[in-house]
Write a protein that binds this ligand. Structure first.
Ligand SMILES: Cc1cc2nc3c(=O)[nH]c(=O)nc-3n(C[C@H](O)[C@H](O)[C@H](O)COP(=O)(O)OP(=O)(O)OC[C@H]3O[C@@H](n4cnc5c(N)ncnc54)[C@H](O)[C@@H]3O)c2cc1C
Length: 447
């Protein structure tokens, strides 16, 4: 049996690993010149940089199962995520991101707000709801309310503005007025599992660990898929491959483009309806740490009004590999729609403004800008149900994997990749050996 995996982000890497563990050597195609997708750790002159993902959460069950099985759990480093909430007056208040109940200390809350919050967290923690990345469970739990609607009604306006919004902004990167409440409710019901960690050497290690020993055709974008009676034809610029099954593990926009005319219109319509969040990650670097004594690593905005970034993050404690020796780096993440300027200088200036407000004025010695058309997704109400249907309506031989199938995130990607591979394996009836057409070999390989 031959199965192609399109995309070597975490979802594709997990699919490839699952196939291999079941005796099927996957054909993995990756469009860019390295693996990891949005978890890529990029080697820079001064330090390595996590271009996208920042941490793992304790509730990542599939991810931690893999890390334990492969022995890589010992390579994780705990990150305490000491944070500060910045209010509308620019004042900061210490909280712990991995201990959300520390937000109850904020002076902006009245006793009534604290009581409602404590009661809500208490009630959620004893109920049996879905896991935060379980598409089917989230689909059932989603009652059509946005996060903002649910939070304002359940814990009140103040607790929403000073606790729920600043907590969930960095965790979802999405506007709470637009996304479904289901993920946040599921996460809050596992509040005791909020422990955060980071692989030594960077988030990019996860995809590399998953792909250990698996050959990847890098710089080889798949351009076409053709569903045939006896399998699928996968086309790259130079070759085509007849395979028994395919796991499409790209971001949602690429998946939609590849599936055009290949699958039901309903599936295409569901993928079209997914709202991607385009974002910038601006990394500012300092040869000498301008803030050696600062006690917190992350500053998040709180209070009513527009919030212009998801968080401003000092990297030295989270990821020592991501700072030059004796220096510091700061990452600023913001929605591209909130920063419409396309000029790199303006984007960097916006990030500098956020850092100056969060930690104090300093002049960076270097910077990197990562602009992403699909950084995360905004799971609007009914998103999970729509993805459940799209996933289940796919042909047996072409399965979807990717973070967008549940909520964004490494766990969503990894879990969906494993599942898609299992589904393709279950659909296999007639083994086939791979036939490379047109040209005998193509693409560079990396394992
Ligand atoms: C700034 C930022 C911060 C984040 N922070 C966190 C965090 O702290 N924790 C967390 O869990 N998650 C975080 N995420 C989300 C997380 O990174 C993603 O949800 C996850 O990595 C998505 O994995 P994926 O495999 O589904 O998709 P991707 O990582 O997008 O992988 C898809 C791969 O497919 C390849 N590809 C695309 N088209 C083709 C084609 N035609 N042919 C071949 N290959 C193709 C791409 O090059 C890519 O490598 C963050 C994301 C961003 C952007």
């Amino acid at each position: 049996m031959t199965v192609a995996v399109i995309g070597a982000g975490v979802a594709g890497a997990a699919a490839a690993r699952t196939l291999r563990r079941n005796g099927v050597e996957p054909l993995v195609f990756e469009a860019s010149d390295s693996v990891g997708g949005r978890t890529r750790t990029v080697a820079g002159d001064e330090c390595d940089i996590d271009s996208g993902a920042i941490f793992l959460m304790g509730s990542y069950d599939a991810t931690f199962r893999f890390l334990r099985e492969s022995g890589h759990d010992t390579e994780l480093r705990r990150w305490e995520a000491r944070a500060a909430v910045m209010d509308e007056d620019g004042k900061t208040y210490p909280v712990r991101f991995d201990r959300p109940w520390t937000f109850l200390r904020l002076p902006h809350l009245r006793w009534r707000d604290r009581l409602r919050l404590a009661r809500t967290i208490g009630a959620l923690s004893v109920r049996s709801g879905p896991a935060p990345f379980d598409t089917d469970g989230l689909a059932t739990a989603d009652d059509g309310r946005t996060l903002a609607e649910w939070a304002r009604a359940t814990v009140g306006d103040r607790a929403y503005e000073y606790v729920v919004r600043p907590l969930m902004g960095p965790l979802t990167g999405a506007d709470p007025e637009k996304i479904s409440a289901a993920f946040t409710i599921a996460l809050m019901s596992q509040v005791h599992r909020t422990r955060l960690s980071v692989p030594r050497g960077g988030l990019g290690r996860i995809a590399s660990w998953l792909l250990d020993g698996i050959d990847v055709r890098v710089s080889t974008p798949v351009r076409s898929l053709e569903h045939r009676s006896s399998g699928v034809r996968v086309g790259t610029a130079d070759e085509s491959f007849d395979v028994d099954g395919v796991v499409v593990a790209t971001d949602v926009r690429q998946a939609r483009a590849l599936l055009d005319g290949v699958v039901d219109d309903d599936v295409c319509a569901a993928l079209d309806a997914v709202a991607p969040i385009p974002a910038y990650h601006v990394l500012l670097g300092y040869d000498t740490d301008p803030w050696p004594a600062v006690g917190h690593d992350l500053v998040v905005q709180a209070g009513p009004g527009r919030h212009h970034n998801y968080g401003v993050l000092l990297n030295s404690r989270r990821a020592p590999y991501a700072v030059p020796r004796g220096g510091q780096t700061v990452s600023v993440y913001f929605d591209r729609d909130q920063a419409p300027e396309s000029d790199e200088e303006q984007v960097v200036a916006r990030a500098r403004g956020a850092v100056d407000r969060a930690f104090g004025v300093a002049t960076p010695d270097f910077h990197r800008v990562f602009g992403m058309d699909v950084a995360l997704i905004a799971p609007t109400p009914w998103h999970y149900e729509s993805m459940r249907r799209a996933r289940d309506a796919m042909p047996d031989t072409i399965r979807l994997a990717g973070d967008y199938l549940s909520h964004s995130g490494i766990e969503a990607a990894l879990d969906s990749g494993e599942r898609a591979a299992r589904d393709v394996l279950a659909s296999s009836v007639s083994p086939r050996s791979v036939i490379a057409r047109d040209r005998p070999a193509g693409g560079r390989s990396a394992s």
